[in-house]
Design a protein around this ligand. Sequence first.
Ligand SMILES: *[C@@H]1O[C@H](CO)[C@@H](O)[C@H](O)[C@H]1NC(C)=O
Ligand SMILES: [Ca+2]
Length: 222
Amino acid sequence: MNTAAFLLVSLCCCCWLSAAQQETKKTENEDKECQTSQGSCYPNLCKLLKDFGVMEEKLRTTMEKLGVMETQLKVSENQLEELKNNERRKVIFSAALGGNGHTGPIDHDTTLIFKNVITNIGSAYNPSTGVFAAPIAGVYYFSFFYHAGGSQTKYISLFKNGQRMVTSSDHQSSGDGADNGANAVTLQLEVGDQVFLRLMANNHVWDSVNHTTFNGFLLKQV
Ligand SMILES: *[C@@H]1O[C@H](CO)[C@@H](O)[C@H](O)[C@H]1NC(C)=O
Ligand SMILES: [Ca+2]
């Protein structure tokens, strides 16, 4: 570009030279400082070259700024794409056991089915089976809260696939009429891992107005 621009300037100068020749004499003295090491040049050409130098410098800094802006734009585009992806990957659920009171005691371990869906963004929780299945690999946070009669034993565990992870329990007692218990856990899950609550054999839990809930959400994709 430098060479092309210089040729253009030189061509223009040819036209100007004849017209400028008369002017030259007058301004020659004023433009002494404009002499190059190759010798003196016509003042108009000299000024033009100086201007061109300034313009070239301006163009260079503008190009630099443009380069920086281009990089920033790319970063913003990537961030936007990430935000869009995160929006798509929301997994949040909350469900209550429902029913009209007692669940249990039953003589074997039973998966609790939380039928009253309060929130189920991403539909990863299945209210017909009580099982949450991870749609995305990541770290999830789960919690559960229960209410139960004090005169019976309570033993509720949260399972990841076949493995018991956390439990909340209380003893049989005549001292307190009712119990409330809870627990929570963060779990790193692979796609398809299942999380659910089990009421262990011969235990009991109560719900009539959403006392007993199972909750979870995706904390972070991994
Ligand atoms: C229990 O949860 C259901 C489902 O979200 C809701 O419609 C209902 O109002 C809740 N009931 C009470 C008593 O909180
Ligand atoms: Ca108790």
